[in-house]
Design a protein around this ligand. Sequence first.
Ligand SMILES: [Zn+2]
Length: 129
Amino acid sequence: MNPDFRTLLWNAIGLIGQGVFFSRFYVQWYATEKKKQVVVPVLFWWLSLMGTFLLLLYAVFYDGHRIIIAGYSLAWIPYVRNLIIHQRNKEAHLDCPGCGLSCPPRAKFCSECATRLVPGTAVSKPVLQ
Ligand SMILES: [Zn+2]
């Protein structure tokens, strides 16, 4: 591989990794401003994971800086864990049999139409084709 091309390629990967990683702050800020409360959307964790992966590749295969490699090699653990927790929480939501609203886990009544929610009796939403 041409050394100049290799440098260009890895610098592009590192720059994209930084961009993806940094963009998560704007995603989180936007979600927070939209809801007027501090929110960490699931996209934040995906961007964190993708940015970390690209920066780890850059550090391992091009930069070789051990401190940077050490930092990024463990950063993915809380990102993956938060994605797992998010998915479990999403699956535990109850669909209101009255209006179809997705209600938080352990909610007793729908916040939209006040229908009583009973776990295990959720009505599946029709699939659009
Ligand atoms: Zn409802």
